[in-house]
Design a protein around this ligand. Sequence first.
Ligand SMILES: [Zn+2]
Length: 679
Amino acid sequence: MRSISTRLILLTVALAMSPAPGGAQRPCSAEEHRHFDFWEGRWMVRAATGALAGHNTLSLTLGECVLQEHYTTPSGYERQSLNMFDQTRGVWHQTWMDNQGALLRLEGGYEGEKMVMQGETVDTAGAATLNRITWSRVDGGRDRVRQLWEVSTDGGTAWSTSFDGTYIRLETNSDWDLLIQGGTVVNGTGRPGFQADVAIVDDRIVRVSPAPLDPERATRTIDATGLVVAPGFVDIHTHLDPLLRLPGAESHVRQGVTTALGGPDGGGPWPFAEHLESASSIGVGMNVGFMVGHNTVRRAVMGLEDRAPTAAELERMKQMVSQAMGEGAWGISAGLKYVPGAFSELDEVVALSEVAGRLGGFYTSHLREEGLGLLQGVGEALEIGKRANIPIVLTHHKVVGQPTWGASVQTLAMVDSARAAGTDAMIDQYPYTASYTGITILIPTWAMAGGTDDLLRRMEDPALADSILDGIAFNIINDRGGNDLNRVQFALVDWDRSLEGQTLHDWAMREGLESTPATGAGLVIEAVRRGGASAIFHAMSEEDVDRIMAHPFTMIASDGRLTQPGEGHPHPRWYGTFPRVLGLYARDKGVFSLELAVRKMTTMPAERMGLRERGQLREGWFADVVVFDPATVADQATFEEPHQYPVGIAWVVVNGSVAVANGVYADVRSGRVLRRGRN
Ligand SMILES: [Zn+2]
């Protein structure tokens, strides 16, 4: 309810604007009333760019044909105005006053369904500006009106646009659709948490107010007493391939993730635009964006061939990268450990990354090696960043295999030096000491050229078979095998579900074999022969994980794949990454403050992607919000029992719609497909 004093001021203005004495007063005609009636209600005003400009409430409380208007913007600008029909002259008047002392009088009327008003303002130097404001119904409906505000400084000969936007009718009579009360706002910048109420209208945050806001003004309230209110998490490395089957993305949304970037490790979707279109048309539970994948592009142009591209092939690949960037890709991902990315030389990756970089994208890489060859792998990624002039991310950065443990000291120093020398390098990481991927990662890449059929053909040649088996045994000892068959745990095994959750050691025992790297190598080939498997590799040290996480340029990312209870045996990070960092690493182990943890999950990835108006809890920005309990937030998924949702994530709001309410998920699909440069 507006204060009485404001009403008095408005009444005074209303009297001043009354028709001249002697003018015949007649009741507002049905025709005029129809126009007023049309305007009554609450509107959101959006600039043509999509940004929230403000909110407008129009009411007829002062009389049948006196339309009172109150306009506010997220930055605190306010304007009161009165709209009246001058019965004697047959024209419409508007008088606007704002909280900066400006006064504007406009006159005009309807031209068909269009309303055109004009009025002059004079600045302190005496220069006059003519204002012309045109309102027109979008698509002839009642709920959207375009406002075009033009100005002229030469008396109306030349006009330029000062504002072009849309009024969007809001259905409720409340000021806010959602009010989150009494929580501690951790806004994503790293700034210490502070008490504030957060008000949301439609898909935007309109108030972050340290002073309590009146719950009567909100349609729905959330009591966040004792809870943290943060920007929704941005997962910069997500395997979104099951999105069309699991569009609600519950396993991600319940972690507090409101935006996820797909297409990592070289595996982006193709055809790019078509995939984004299907995701949009089905409706998604969180915002999603995609990278163009180097491996995808290479496979499309060159198949699985182990050679450098011809000039024509390289040109075609560059074209595809450029096309996907034009269709909204956020950058290029590489998976140099995987076929066919593993067959590419540095120059090829640089050439393609240059294209993505020039178009505003960034580069993210699953390094060529994360074990014995880790330092060269990091060096290569930094070199790509430098030569292609593109911001980079060392994704799911880790140190694999006992002989390499501790090398994060060097890799982080390399990142620091590269940054100091001008390469914009960042890191992302998941908070676990085990990795997850196809079991073929243990097989030397040369043996995988052409795919698994070619691998099995090579196995028929005794000499080749020996060196392949030796290569696998070497990787079991030095790389992801962790030098112990117990460290390789089957996750998804289509051909023998009973192996899921069991280790290579368990399988060796079952087959009556000794548990050695050599027998392990034979079993890996056997697994491939039967159709392949994914596995969890327990081959990282906690010290490296902690050290990498504490680095100021490390972000949190899940490297998880969308899943649902009952589907195979996933890595627990698919369910637990973000709550685990907040609970275990920030609260329990004290690796960093809660504020810094949130920053690593929000502002940092949002800025790396170049997301617009997301990643911070800030007035005017998108209402992607997570409300969690800092005392209880924790992951529940374990390597043994991975299908468990986290605890302590109480509320998740995606584009202003509540997707998790008091811990209960709802399939509201309020996410959007985000395209670089467009939203
Ligand atoms: Zn990867």
